[in-house]
Design a protein around this ligand. Structure first.
Ligand code: 3PG
Ligand code: MG
Length: 404
């Protein structure tokens, strides 16, 4: 994959439209996780230090084309200012006179955040008129929002048609880490896929089966595979209508030489709540009145032993109902083993997806993975093998933009 980076442009004195993902989680008016803002700072600093006029543009949440004051980016731009420890200006609109005047006032090295792009219906419609209005604000477009690259919107895709376009440092790191893990990985390469439903990760499983040497299936979606194989899963969550699909995936894995690892034991309970009485059983002995809520210790031991022989691991989705104790036990134990192998330089580990990152954080190992993506939906679509429109739009032309 070829794309231009910040190394290929002279941005000094130029107006740079930086597509960021300021869509941070907010609860009761407070930002609960600033990771996306922190990961953005290298690009912003570099642009500002090189004397660019930095114009940050982003969506926030889903206002559906209307101005929703509660979904203003103003408080998030203040958080960004605190993290950067620099002045950050704010404009109450992302296009039109308000934005244009704010940009006209910018000096080289200064930073401006524009209001939520999704306040305009043209954003999600990828309306060329909106894309042109955005392009009018700048000389260069830099996309640093891998996590929103699965959306073909005016600020992620359309605008790239009207400006010289390049990848920011965060986008560059994401693409480098993800392609190293799945497009040309050091083998053996394994994927761990967890989560609730086969149906929501069907394309992802189908793609991975053709790419990885080992596919570990955990979470409730493992129940569907087990049930499809005729194993009784009691009252566990599973999708009966996906049995044929699950068998098809197993057959394709077999013929393609991808080893699938399903749980060999399980932690079960008859009620789903924090700390209920549990029973750990062989996978063939799940009681009829019980639910599988985590993989068991034997499975964890097998997986940990298996990690020792791997060179690359991609992880999406927890092994159990990790938000409810003690059903985070297997995920946490495996995460710690992955972190240790990574720290020892034996494993390249790449993880992504909202739940996965939350689980890794719970295990205290986010900083001990080779790479943790800031993306949720975009990471999933990338695992599905899809071309992301925001990245396709960056596929670039040769040469330096604005040579000195
Ligand atoms: C995300 O958080 O997944 C991205 O910011 C994209 O947001 P969206 O799912 O509302 O398009
Ligand atoms: Mg999303």
């Amino acid at each position: 994959m070829k794309f231009r980076t910040l190394d290929t442009a002279n941005v000094t004195g130029k107006r740079v439209l930086l597509r960021a993902d300021l869509n941070v989680p907010v609860h009761d008016g407070k930002i609960t996780d600033t990771t996306r803002l922190e990961r953005l700072t290298p690009t912003i600093r570099e642009l500002a230090e090189k004397g660019a006029k930095v114009i940050v543009v982003s969506h926030f949440d889903r206002p559906k084309g209307k101005v929703v004051p509660a979904l203003s980016l103003r408080p998030i731009s203040a958080a960004l200012r605190d993290i950067l420890a620099r002045d950050v200006f704010f404009a109450d609109d992302c296009v039109g006179p308000v934005a244009e005047e704010a940009v006209a006032r910018l000096e080289p090295g200064q930073i401006l955040v524009l209001e939520n792009t999704r306040f305009h219906p043209g954003e999600e419609k990828n309306d060329p008129a909106m894309a042109k209005q955005l392009a009018k604000l700048a000389d260069i477009y830099v996309n640093d929002a891998f996590s929103t690259a699965h959306r073909a919107h005016a600020s992620t895709e359309g605008v790239a048609k009207y400006l010289p376009s390049l990848a920011g440092r965060l986008m560059q790191r994401e693409l480098e880490a993800l392609t190293a893990a799945l497009d040309h990985p050091e083998r053996p390469v394994a994927a761990i896929v967890g989560g609730a439903k086969v149906s929501s990760k069907l394309e992802l499983l189908g793609n991975l089966v053709g790419k990885v040497d080992v596919l570990v299936i955990g979470g409730a979606m493992a129940n569907t595979f087990l049930a499809a194989e005729g194993i009784s899963v009691g009252k566990s969550l599973q999708e009966a209508e996906m049995h044929a699909t699950a068998r098809d995936i197993l057959a394709r894995a077999k013929s393609g030489g991808c080893e699938i690892l399903l749980p060999v034991d399980a932690v079960t309970a008859t009620e789903f709540r924090a700390n209920p009485p549990t029973r750990t059983v062989k996978i063939t002995d799940v009681p009829a009145d019980a639910m599988i809520l985590d993989v068991g210790p034997e499975t964890v031991a097998l997986l940990i032993a298996r990690i020792a022989s791997l060179k690359t691991l991609v992880w999406n989705g927890p092994l159990g109902a990790f938000e409810t104790p003690p059903f985070d036990t297997a995920t946490v134990a495996l995460a710690k083993a992955v972190a240790a192998a990574t720290d020892a330089g034996k494993l390249r580990s790449v993880a992504g997806g909202g739940d996965t990152v939350a689980a890794l954080r719970q295990a205290g190992v986010v900083d001990h993975m080779s790479y943790v993506s800031t993306a949720g939906g975009a990471f999933l679509e990338w695992l599905e093998g899809k071309l992301l429109p925001g990245i396709q739009a960056l596929q670039a032309l040769e040469g330096v933009i604005f040579p000195a």
